[in-house]
Design a binder for this molecule. Structure first.
Ligand SMILES: [Zn+2]
Ligand SMILES: [Zn+2]
Ligand SMILES: [Zn+2]
Length: 469
């Protein structure tokens, strides 16, 4: 295409601000600061005074004092990482010895008083070695695939899209359900899924006392409408548990690192809500959240008529919290869930596209005998502040790993020589501007704040909207 055919359109995306001064809502202030951090991650280490100055520059008509910025950031748990007033809930997480677990020969489970269960290397492990692989204890399908599944366009177990013949019909080869319109993609999926499928979708007599298929269906529709994945997930998990005649799955779920969603919500409310509202969500006031939980709980009890004596509201919230801190890509894995976090982990967890295939845990580097095995819960390329905030809100602890300590030292040094820092940044910018090659590999500057954040999965129990009653 000749160059003169390319039309250049100038887009004016500047916000039109009214000219008279306004007092911004506290959420607007917090969001303005977060927007700055997103734009330039290095501003995360600025003090309140400089942040205030930058916000004022962006919103000249705001009537806003430096003190208010400081108070609000503290209130929302967004102050500096070293701030001890930030809410964390690691002490509220409990766990029990894991029953009926088969360990790989190179791995040991250790119970600690402060950090719960940990995995340790029993022998030296070479970089790249497969340490173990496992299938999910609870495979939770993607709720968003539900309508595709219901109309027989995707596998009801793994969510894989059905193959279509030249005549435009889905090729089934005996993999369709003879009662409803749902299909499986393979014999493996059909075999693994048949019992739960019958119980949840057809309400067969054998399971009808435990699971009300119609109520389960309406619960699923409700979760879809509210985008409440965690409720759907714990309903699936509870179905797996009641259908497991041995009772082992229920015991194993109870033994996992356990915390009430109510406690997690405190941390969420103090910070992540502000992040989520930037992505189209809304901050929840506590009363609304309580209402929603109650609503979800009642629907849960309708789907499981016998659960009323076993699952109290408090237990329901514990199930939700436990699911949220233990799931990996929605599903729950027994041994993998024992891996603790490190921002520079020595293990890599590889997930398969087809969920039932499970995960592989591989040594990311040489591991010595007696070393703790770790994984990362967050994107290690994110800044110290981002990582610490995500870890504190989603998993309740303040990370003190070596990488965090090192990063903190670097920041302290930079702060004490801001001039040098500015110069260095200008140099980097200059190099980036003049570089014609992709520079991703050469500069480890976390320019991308958003990325695929696992937090959105962990916190998806917070719906994006609520209907006012
Ligand atoms: Zn499948
Ligand atoms: Zn069916
Ligand atoms: Zn760390």
């Amino acid at each position: 295409m000749p160059a003169d055919k390319i039309e250049v359109v100038a887009i004016n995306d500047a916000q039109e601000e009214p000219q008279q001064t306004v007092v911004p809502h506290e959420r607007q202030v917090v969001e303005a600061v977060i927007a700055l951090w997103k734009e330039d991650a290095s501003t995360e280490s600025l003090g309140f005074g400089k942040l205030h100055g930058l916000v004022k520059k962006k919103h000249p008509n705001w009537q806003l004092s430096e003190k208010r910025v400081k108070v609000l950031l503290k209130q929302y748990g967004l102050a500096q990482s070293g701030d001890q007033s930030a809410f964390s809930y690691a002490k509220d997480i409990t766990s029990l010895p894991t029953p009926h677990v088969t360990l790989p020969k190179t791995v040991l489970i250790v119970m600690t008083s402060k950090r719960g269960k940990c995995l340790y290397a029993k022998t030296a492990i070479k970089k790249g070695d497969l340490i173990w692989e496992e299938k999910p204890l609870f495979a939770v399908p993607l709720l968003a695939h539900y309508s595709l599944i219901a109309s027989g366009k995707a596998c009801t177990h793994c969510g894989k899209l059905g193959s279509v013949s030249s005549a435009g019909e889905t090729v089934l080869r005996g993999l369709d359900c003879n009662i409803c319109s749902e299909i499986w993609c393979s014999l493996t999926c059909k075999k693994m899924d048949q019992t739960i499928h019958s119980a949840l979708k057809h309400g067969l007599r054998a399971t009808a006392k435990q699971i009300d298929a119609e109520a389960f269906h309406s619960l699923t529709e409700y979760c879809l409408k509210e985008q409440w994945n965690a409720l759907y997930a714990i309903a699936m998990i509870y179905a797996f548990i009641v259908l497991d005649k041995t009772g082992v799955k229920g015991e194993q779920f109870k033994a996992m690192a356990r915390v009430s969603q109510k406690i997690r919500y405190k941390a969420l409310n103090s910070s992540a809500g502000a992040f989520d509202s930037l992505q189209g969500g809304a901050l929840f006031v506590e009363e609304q959240q309580e209402e929603l939980w109650k609503d979800g709980y009642l629907r849960f009890l309708r789907a499981f008529p016998k659960a009323a004596e076993l699952v109290s509201m408090d237990e329901f919230l514990h199930m939700m919290g436990t699911y949220n801190i233990n799931n990996l890509d929605l599903s729950v894995f027994l041994l993998q869930s024992h891996l603790n976090h490190n921002c520079a982990p020595n293990c890599e967890v590889e997930t398969a596209l087809q969920k039932y295939k499970g995960v592989k845990v591989v040594a990311a580097r040489d591991i010595k005998s007696g070393e703790e095995l770790t994984t990362t819960y967050v994107n290690p390329s994110h800044t110290l502040q981002q990582r610490q905030r995500e870890l504190r809100v989603n998993w309740g602890f303040i990370c003190k790993c070596q990488k965090c300590k090192d990063d903190e030292q670097i920041q302290h040094r930079r702060k004490s020589s801001t001039g040098a820092h500015q110069k260095e940044k200008a140099e980097i910018r200059h190099m980036l501007a003049n570089s014609t090659e992709a520079t991703d590999g050469e500069f480890e500057i976390p320019l991308d704040f958003n990325g695929e954040r696992r937090k959105s999965v962990r916190f998806d129990e917070k719906v994006v909207k609520v209907t006012q009653t």
